[in-house]
Each structure stands twice: as C-alpha cells, then as structure tokens.
Design a protein around this ligand. Structure first.
Ligand SMILES: NC(=O)c1ccc[n+]([C@@H]2O[C@H](COP(=O)([O-])OP(=O)(O)OC[C@H]3O[C@@H](n4cnc5c(N)ncnc54)[C@H](OP(=O)(O)O)[C@@H]3O)[C@@H](O)[C@H]2O)c1
Length: 162
C-alpha cells in the first residue's frame, strides 16, 4: 500500500476540511501518481473534493462507519478489516485525510510526500516521517516555486529490518 500527501514544515495537511494551499504542479503530480489506480480516502476527504464527487479515472474507495452511506461512483467500506480483506493490494493508494493516514500508515511501504516549505494555520496533521525510525527518505526533487510557495516532491520507503 502507498500513501500520497502534501504536508508543510510542521507536517500539517489540512484546515477547515480543505487543503492548506492549491499548487497546480502538485495537483499534476498527484494526478500522474494516482490515475488508473485504486485509491482509498475517508468520508470527510471525499466531501472536501470539488462537488463532493469521486476522482475521475480512478477506482474510489471511501471509508465510513455509516453502513447506510452511498455515493455514486464510490465503493463504500465500513472498516479497516473489510478494506484489508477485499481490497488490499500492493498498488492501493491512500489519499487521506488525517484519520485515514494515521490508520493506514502501518500498512504502507512507500509514501509520496510533497514537502511544502511553509507553515500554515492547520487543524490536521500526519506523523513526521523525517523523525520516524520506520521510514527513510530515498528521493527528493529539485525545489519548485509556485505562487511564492516552495515545495519538493519526496519519496519515503519503509526501512527494512534485519
Ligand atoms: N494535504 C493532503 O495531501 C490532504 C489529502 C487528503 C485530505 N487532506 C485534508 O485532510 C482533512 C480531512 O481529514 P480528516 O482526518 O478530518 O478526515 P478523513 O480521514 O478524510 O475522514 C475521516 C472519516 O473516515 C471514516 N473512518 C475513519 N476511520 C474509519 C474506520 N476505521 N472504518 C470506517 N470508516 C472510518 C469516518 O467517516 P464517518 O464519520 O462517515 O463514519 C471518519 O469521520 C481535510 O482538511 C483535507 O483537506 C489533505
């Protein structure tokens, strides 16, 4: 399983159920990494998408504990166990938000982190992978600056023990 996220210097990822900033280059990268894949997100992240609609050209899995929840174009999953039993695969892409990242990080071997060199006001965070013993940064891009905001694409891999 893999995870993709844009995080600021404090590993903040969202505020008021929205992204911290909208960076066209990051959106393009996100599209490239996820198109054609099966993606999994929390119900709140689905609601934060334009029109609350699933992402086109991807198989969208949405996690909710509400057994009656339905949304056109989405596969609904009610627990981590159900996700693992029915949809676990190497290429499954975790799209957030904070609650879903926290729950699925233990199952991820690769994390695509867009590291934004800013500090935003935020109410959602992910664990700091740079300080984690479980992950190491294996790649980072040259810096990109858009709208006065500098960021890099990076890749973290789970450290293999033994
Ligand atoms: N920076 C980024 O790359 C990025 C990416 C994605 C999202 N975000 C941001 O993250 C924020 C949203 O994150 P969030 O933590 O509030 O919400 P979230 O993780 O998107 O969704 C949380 C919801 O997922 C469902 N859920 C959680 N655990 C579950 C489980 N074990 N089984 C079944 N369903 C489960 C619950 O839905 P029910 O309440 O319906 O039961 C829960 O309320 C927004 O600000 C968004 O913009 C940022």
């Amino acid at each position: 399983m893999k995870l993709i996220v844009a995080a600021d210097r404090n590993w903040a990822i969202g505020n008021n159920n929205d992204l911290l900033c909208h960076l066209p280059g990051d959106l393009k990268y996100f599209k490239e990494k996820t198109t054609g894949k099966t993606v999994v997100m929390g119900r709140k992240t689905l609601e934060s998408l334009p029109g609350g609609k699933p992402l086109p050209n991807r198989t969208n899995i949405v996690m909710t504990r509400d057994a009656s929840f339905a949304k056109e174009g989405c596969i609904i999953v009610n627990s981590i166990e159900e996700l693992m039993e029915k949809y676990m695969q190497e290429d499954l892409m975790v799209l957030g938000g904070a609650e879903i990242y926290a729950k699925l990080l233990p199952y991820c071997d690769t994390c695509y982190i867009t590291e934004i060199d800013e500090e935003f006001e935020a109410d959602k965070f992910i664990p700091n992978l740079a300080k984690s013993c479980d992950f190491e940064k294996v790649w980072e891009s040259e810096p990109v600056t858009e709208k006065g905001i500098t960021y890099r694409f990076t890749e973290y891999k789970r450290v293999k023990n033994g």
